[in-house]
Design a protein around this ligand. Structure first.
Ligand SMILES: NC(=O)c1ccc[n+]([C@@H]2O[C@H](COP(=O)([O-])OP(=O)(O)OC[C@H]3O[C@@H](n4cnc5c(N)ncnc54)[C@H](OP(=O)(O)O)[C@@H]3O)[C@@H](O)[C@H]2O)c1
Length: 286
């Protein structure tokens, strides 16, 4: 028997939800939670075999319909492909969750890599919101979640990633204002550290959880559940009370101090070789 929050999510955003980055981490938990609450789900990511396995699990456990779309969101045709393969579905909820990370010296990664981060984190989510949001507006109801990051508060050595998240956070704020008259709820989720394939606990043999109280990870399950509960209520949200307070605190710091603080933290988990890449050779002995 569905509970009242089940009914509410189904009524507000059902019967179909699209989740990008559903093959692992936070996206996987969104898919499980939505299926548990009775929504049919479209699972999007690159790894077809992982998505197929999850689809079978959700059909068996929750009795919902599941469609798998294996695409690379860094490619220019990805969103057109998703729109084409979902054209027959009544989609009320879009969870833009897939993300690509970049960490280390900006100059040491190839140009293609930075373009890929921007395509996955910014270009595709905006194009998907445009495509599926258009249909939601005709029904006068729907929901869109954007997965940003606390890194949107400007984290050095994550320049492209942090800038992409900053862009998507601002985009979500603006879109929320614009789509509200059409009955579409928009939420920007800014998680702190989450233990997933991307949010590694061990980096270069250093346990990130021990660095600061704020670096204790929140579970992917908690991020998904709390975000779904905030959709239609808040405009932006950081799951977990410590990451939320820390995110509020860093944003009131002067930019210069904020950059120094993050830079000090991040250098701690870099190898000596990575740290060397951050300064020109002639200054390394200074
Ligand atoms: N973990 C953290 O600490 C943390 C903190 C703040 C924000 N976030 C954000 O949370 C979101 C989810 O990340 P996560 O932590 O759950 O990491 P994750 O477990 O690595 O999940 C990333 C998902 O994105 C998909 N993906 C990556 N590149 C893709 C591409 N080019 N095309 C299609 N799908 C792609 C991956 O699937 P395939 O590999 O199968 O394609 C995977 O399903 C991301 O937007 C991330 O920036 C994470």
């Amino acid at each position: 028997m569905p509970s009242s929050d089940t009914l509410s999510l189904l009524v507000r955003y059902g019967p179909w939800a699209v989740i990008t980055g559903a093959s692992s981490g936070i996206g996987y938990q969104y898919a499980r939670e939505l299926a548990r609450q009775g929504l049919n789900v479209v699972l999007v990511a690159r790894r077809q075999n992982v998505l197929d396995r999850l689809a079978g699990e959700l059909r068996d456990l929750c009795g919902v319909k599941v469609r798998v779309i294996a695409v690379d969101l860094s490619t220019p045709t990805a969103v057109t492909e998703i729109s084409r393969l979902t054209d027959d579905l009544n989609i009320g909820l879009l969870i833009n969750n897939a993300g690509a990370a970049q960490y280390g010296s900006f100059l040491s990664d190839g140009e293609d890599y930075h373009t890929c981060v921007l395509n996955v984190n910014v270009v595709s989510p905006i194009a998907l919101a445009r495509s599926l949001g258009g249909k939601m507006s005709k029904r006068r109801r729907g929901g869109i979640i954007f997965t940003s990051s606390t890194a949107a508060a400007l984290v050095p050595y994550f320049a492209t990633y942090a800038a992409s998240k900053s862009c998507i956070s601002n985009f979500a704020r603006l879109l929320r204002f614009e789509l509200r008259p059409f009955g579409i709820d928009v939420l920007c989720v800014e998680p702190g550290f989450v233990e997933t394939e991307m949010g590694l606990v061990m980096v270069n043999d250093i346990d990130i959880r021990k660095l600061t109280p704020c670096s204790r990870p929140v579970s992917a399950e908690r991020v998904a559940k709390e975000a779904l509960a905030r959709l239609g209520v808040a405009s932006e949200f950081t799951p977990g009370s410590i990451p939320r307070l820390s995110n509020m605190f860093v944003r009131i710091l002067p930019t210069r101090l904020r950059l120094r603080l993050f830079s000090w933290q991040i250098r701690k988990v870099m190898t000596p070789e990575m740290r060397d890449e951050l300064v020109p050779a002639e200054r390394q002995t200074e």
